[in-house]
Design a binder for this molecule. Structure first.
Ligand code: FRU
Length: 443
């Protein structure tokens, strides 16, 4: 069947542009996923708003519409990224109000207002008045006017906020603030890394098991074969060890955010896309662009790193299955999942679309067809022994989880047909046909 490129498993807007996930939380019995949204422009050329989906089970979603607009003096050029905090029966949403002053400015050292704004809501979509809590004058003097993306949490009887920032001498860093009431915030300290980035976006500090991590999306890292292959990077700092590990080695991943589910799981959702790319995604001509990643459960690996797996709820989408074994060929209809064990070296091929290959300590995801890859070529991950693989292929994307989620590669793909021909070597796997998630819209 001809592929209309409409995702079946991933959240994407019906029309317009999506970027970062925002305000992820569980509130009044439902998961809430807000996102950076330009409803009027698939190329993201209109002012950023927040759109909103909610779901009781991560499978049946409702789009309640655009819930925050750049309609006040303190956010007139964009309701930028931010986070949610649940207190009693109220949801507190913190975001960056982006303001561009008239005049001759570079908008880095002057001319940009970066306001931390608070709104509250009782139902997730009807918002209170906006209240500005922090302005440029509240940030350290060495900061440029790129300060944004508040993430708020409670710990040790206090509220904490982190903000991503760029200094006047082009170093990426994170600002930490504390508060007793969620409204009055006091500067605490700046956190620096040892990288060569000029800006950290979307910081997110969290504890997993016994360890503390800091997720950041740094810009300006040096590009290497196995590291920072995309225009911008995104990964986590192990605060004790000072090491930085990328979340995802695929073509399309940026600006993730995590939250805690009511059962204690830490769940991550990223933007399955990235800014300033050299590709024109074919959905732009159809009126929309970009989607979110699948929600992923995070767990600590035995060596103290983080493992990622699609949330277990998605297993309910599995339908008929068939075996996919070395030497075999199977026809499969998107969306589908492949899960199984691997020999240390293996290949899975989506005929005339892409090749997934492990050879030595290198895994590669390589497009074998220009139009399916849409200018994407090859991405690598370094991986020692690999024992298992999980591939979730949607109508216009693929997510590959290797060795229990030690490495993940996410990429958009645009095959002409929804029927793919698969071959494999060095794996013993099951392929499931998948039902889609359900998304209904109030609009
Ligand atoms: C990351 C980002 C954020 C910002 C938002 C604007 O992709 O640049 O730093 O708040 O997107 O849409």
């Amino acid at each position: 069947m001809k592929n209309d490129l409409r995702q079946q498993l991933h959240l994407e807007p019906d029309k317009g542009w999506l970027n970062d996930p925002n305000g992820l939380c569980f509130f009044k019995g439902e998961y809430h996923v807000y996102f950076q949204y330009s409803p009027e422009s698939a190329e993201g050329k209109s002012g950023r708003c927040w759109g909103h989906w909610k779901s009781a089970d991560l499978l049946h979603w409702r789009f309640t519409g655009t819930v925050l607009f750049p309609d006040s003096p303190d956010d007139r050029n964009g309701v930028y990224s931010g986070s949610a905090f649940v207190k009693g029966d109220t949801l507190y949403l913190f975001y960056t109000g982006n303001v561009k002053e008239e005049g001759n400015h570079d908008y880095t050292t002057s001319g940009r207002g970066a306001n931390v704004i608070l709104v509250t809501t009782q139902d997730g979509h009807n918002m209170s008045e906006k209240r500005t809590l922090l302005r440029n004058c509240d940030y350290p003097d060495y900061c440029s006017c790129h300060v944004r993306d508040p993430k708020v949490w409670e710990e040790d009887g206090q509220y904490h906020m982190v903000l991503g920032a760029r200094t006047l001498d082009d170093k990426g860093c994170m600002l930490r603030y504390v508060s007793d009431d969620l409204e009055n915030w006091k500067y605490e300290k700046t956190v620096w890394g040892s990288d060569c980035s000029y800006m950290w976006e979307c910081p997110d500090e969290f504890v997993l098991g016994t360890k503390r991590f800091l997720s950041i999306s740094p810009q300006g890292l040096k590009h290497e074969k196995y590291f920072s292959q995309n225009v911008y990077s995104s990964g986590y700092l192990d605060i004790d060890k000072g090491t930085y590990t990328e979340w995802d080695c695929g073509f399309d991943f940026y600006a993730p955010q995590t939250f805690k589910a009511p059962d204690g799981r830490r769940i991550l959702i990223g933007w399955e896309g990235i800014g300033d790319i050299p590709y024109t995604n074919p959905t732009v001509a159809l009126g929309w662009q970009h989607c979110l990643t699948l929600p992923r459960e995070l767990t600590l690996s035995p060596d103290g790193g983080i493992l990622q797996q699609p949330v277990r709820e998605l297993q309910a989408l599995r339908k008929e299955s068939a075996g996919l074994r070395s030497g075999g060929t199977v026809k499969a209809q998107l969306p589908f999942e492949i899960t199984g064990t691997t020999q240390d070296e293996f290949t899975v091929e989506f005929k005339d679309v892409l090749r997934l290959k492990k050879s030595g300590n290198e895994f590669s995801l390589e497009f074998t067809n220009d139009s399916a890859g849409c200018a994407r070529t090859v991405r690598y991950a370094q991986l020692g022994r690999c024992e298992d693989i999980r591939i979730i292929a949607d109508k216009a994307s693929v997510e590959v989880y290797l060795n229990g989620g030690e490495k993940v590669l996410s990429s958009r793909m645009y095959p002409d047909s929804t029927e793919l021909s698969l071959t494999a070597d060095g794996i013993d796997a099951v392929i499931y046909k998948l039902d889609g998630i359900e998304v209904i819209s109030d609009e």
